[in-house]
Design a protein around this ligand. Structure first.
Ligand SMILES: [Zn+2]
Length: 188
């Protein structure tokens, strides 16, 4: 493993590099159950309108904190990888905007980084220069009726169904990290 858990300067518990990482180094995959919005916790990763991956207990993807200039990014296959060179001991973070499709979502941020947005919003409500930094999210593929290559089995099947006829799709939904009031989410 290239990571460990530890106390975070951003919020609660975090995930940290335990060795130097190169840009694009693969870290871990977001793995867990595919659940509808009615069953997702604040830790879910939205994969399309009504559906989320709820990370398994003790999965590092459950603990990753948000930062406005994150060290890591989420690919359309739900792999977490380094965005840049990461020093040993540095916190691994992602931009929560890249895992929230539901547009009313918002979360106050005090990550303290240069360029902190103060309030993090859903992907479609985030500034274009923010979106341009990251890989296209899985939900953007699905919204366009496509399924990204290399998606793990059950997710691929469900994505293919979701990307099907528009009538088969649900509506927007609440979910990940609730309505995002106040502080960023921390470990359960
Ligand atoms: Zn911030």
């Amino acid at each position: 493993m290239a990571w460990r858990f530890g106390p975070s300067g951003i919020h609660g518990k975090g995930v940290f590099a335990d060795r130097a990482l190169d840009p694009r180094a693969a870290l871990f995959r977001v793995h867990g159950d595919l659940v509808p919005w009615s069953r997702v916790s604040q830790r879910g990763y939205q994969v399309w309108r009504d559906w989320y991956v709820e990370p398994a207990a003790r999965s590092p993807s459950r603990i990753l904190n948000h930062a406005c200039q994150p060290s890591c990014e989420v690919t359309a296959r739900l792999d977490i990888r380094a965005r840049r060179r990461i020093a040993p001991g540095e916190e691994l973070t992602i931009d929560y905007a890249s895992v929230v499709l539901w547009e009313p979502w918002r979360m106050a941020c005090a990550c303290g980084q240069e360029g902190c947005r103060g309030e993090v919003r859903a992907w479609g409500r985030s500034p274009e220069e923010v979106r341009a930094r990251y890989p296209m999210p899985l939900f953007s593929f699905v919204e366009r009726g496509r399924v990204p290559p290399g998606l793990p089995g059950p997710l691929r099947e469900a994505a293919a169904r979701a990307a099907g006829p528009p009538g088969a799709r649900g509506r927007g939904s609440p979910g990940r990290r609730g309505a995002g009031t106040g502080t960023p989410p921390g470990p359960a």
